[in-house]
Ligand binder design. Structure first.
Ligand code: PM9
Length: 465
């Protein structure tokens, strides 16, 4: 008889063991002060050799399994019709339920093509909070993103269990204001990144589906972290406690018309993504467009071996035991930091701990970049690399050129999957605590270089005195 892994209460301990390790360099305080100065106080511009624990992102940073590495040796590197593509196609169809699949080099490759095909200049794209690359592609295609996430998502202390939910009144008001013809699709993300990895409930998604169907509006799913969302549904949504993550993921996907995927997150690969859809004509357009920007529709910018590792990673990512340990580790770090009085986004999300920099550094106004400053300070303290998710990431309004001032001014400590230990998490928490104790001495930053697109990647700063 199959024993449900939920039946017994046990630790979140990892369902794997290590057989290869990567040695890390330990740096001195002086080396780190120099490194962050050279990086213009932007953690994206640090060299990874100067980083001890790298919590910049969970994107492409997972440890692949022995099965995935074995899959890499099975790469069919034919230009067209690679066996690995057919394996990927079958995996996406079986695991996610979408009919058509086109690989892309990563998530934004898919976003580019979906935006170019579906958006006309002047269109409105409602979504549950912006994501940097997603919104940029929508804007480059001539569209305007409109945030329709519930208000609770913008409040780091609000304990709503589904802060990724869409506010139906906001969505309905947009449809009334602009008309359904101006709304090509609603952009629905699972485990909403910029809100702190917060899930959307199935009940909410069903309600969004009912409303959009009435108006003939499609739903495009950013399914980058759908498995993590499914785990929260299982924990928090009535009726789903005995369903598997695999079943919940499939139900989520069934409520949408198509998807873009950065497989570098949930799907446990270092590179890769895809778009998927149920509509044949959309597929035909996308499979033509992909040859312009990515490569033939049976490889989309990937090597055969990358597609093989992705197919295997997708199945591993849907195992309940995997997700329990993955989110268990994130929660371990979050609870430790909360016990030390560090202000973080609650409830704890799926892929990292998001420190509330406005509350951490109340004496630094948002135009002096508190989250950017805090990320640099944590790096100087311990060599832990994190990422700003606040005013720098939010960028500027495309019409007025003014900074957006988002409610959430956060530092993201993003946990790569299957990479770090509990002891590493202890070091991270201890370092943030140390910075917290000395927070009154911290001053802000001045922005002295800003690139045109996605400025958070390459902007440079100097310290204020
Ligand atoms: N997310 C992240 O670190 C990597 C780039 S931004 C620092 O969170 C969502 C929800 C994402 C995402 C990337 C992409 C783009 C789309 N949607 O990075 O192009 O979190 O594969 O995916 C990053 P790619």
């Amino acid at each position: 008889m199959e024993v449900k892994s939920q039946a017994r209460k046990h630790s979140w301990a990892e369902p794997y063991k290590m057989k290869m390790v990567e040695l890390l360099k330990m740096t001195t305080h002086e080396e780190r002060v120099n490194a962050i100065r050279e990086a213009g106080y932007n953690t994206f511009l640090l060299r990874s050799r100067d980083v001890y624990i790298d919590l910049l992102t969970d994107s492409g940073t997972s440890a692949m399994s022995d099965h995935q590495w074995a899959g890499m040796m099975m790469g069919d590197e034919s230009y067209a019709g690679s066996e690995n593509f057919y394996h990927l196609e079958k995996t996406v169809q079986e695991c996610y339920g979408y009919k058509y699949v086109i690989p892309t080099h990563q998530g934004r490759g898919a976003e580019n093509i979906i935006s170019k095909i579906m958006i006309q200049p002047g269109d409105i794209i409602p979504g549950n909070m912006y994501f940097t690359t997603t919104r940029l592609h929508q804007e480059l295609a001539g569209g305007t993103f409109e945030d329709v996430i519930i208000d609770e998502a913008h409040d780091s202390k609000n304990l709503h269990p589904f802060k990724g939910n869409i506010d139906l009144n906001k969505l309905d008001a947009l449809i009334k204001k602009y008309g359904a013809k101006k709304i090509p699709y609603v952009s629905v993300a699972t485990a909403v990144n910029m809100a702190g990895g917060q899930p959307i409930s199935i009940a909410n998604l069903k309600a969004v589906r009912a409303l959009t169907e009435k108006h003939g509006i499609k739903i495009i799913h950013d399914m980058t972290r759908v498995a993590e969302n499914a785990w929260f549904v299982k924990q928090r949504e009535t009726g789903y406690e005995n369903k598997s993550v695999t079943e919940i993921v499939k139900e989520i996907c069934s409520l949408t018309d198509g998807a873009t995927m950065s497989a570098k997150k949930d799907a446990l690969v270092n590179i890769g993504g895809f778009m998927a859809m149920n509509d044949k004509s959309l597929y035909e357009e996308a499979s033509n467009m992909v040859v312009v920007y990515e490569g033939l529709h049976t490889y989309g910018g990937l090597a055969g071996r990358d597609m093989e590792a992705m197919s295997i990673g997708i199945r591993e990512s849907l195992s309940d035991d995997h997700i329990r340990a993955r989110i268990g580790q994130v929660e371990y770090l979050g609870h430790k930091m909360m016990a030390a009085g560090i202000p973080i986004v609650q409830p704890i999300g799926g892929h990292g701990i998001f420190v509330d920099a406005k509350e951490f550094l109340p004496h630094i106004s948002q135009n002096k970049f508190p989250a950017q400053t805090l990320a640099a300070e944590i790096y100087i303290d311990s060599g832990v690399r994190s990422m700003e998710r606040g005013i720098v990431s939010a960028g500027r309004n495309k019409e007025t050129g003014e900074h957006y001032f988002p409610e959430l001014e956060l530092v993201r400590l993003t946990i790569p999957r299957r990479v770090y230990t509990q002891a590493h998490m202890d070091v991270v928490s201890e370092s943030v605590e140390e910075v917290f104790l000395n927070r009154k001495n911290i001053k802000g930053l001045n922005l002295n270089f800003e690139p045109k697109y996605l400025r958070f990647f390459q902007a440079r700063f100097e310290p204020l005195h």
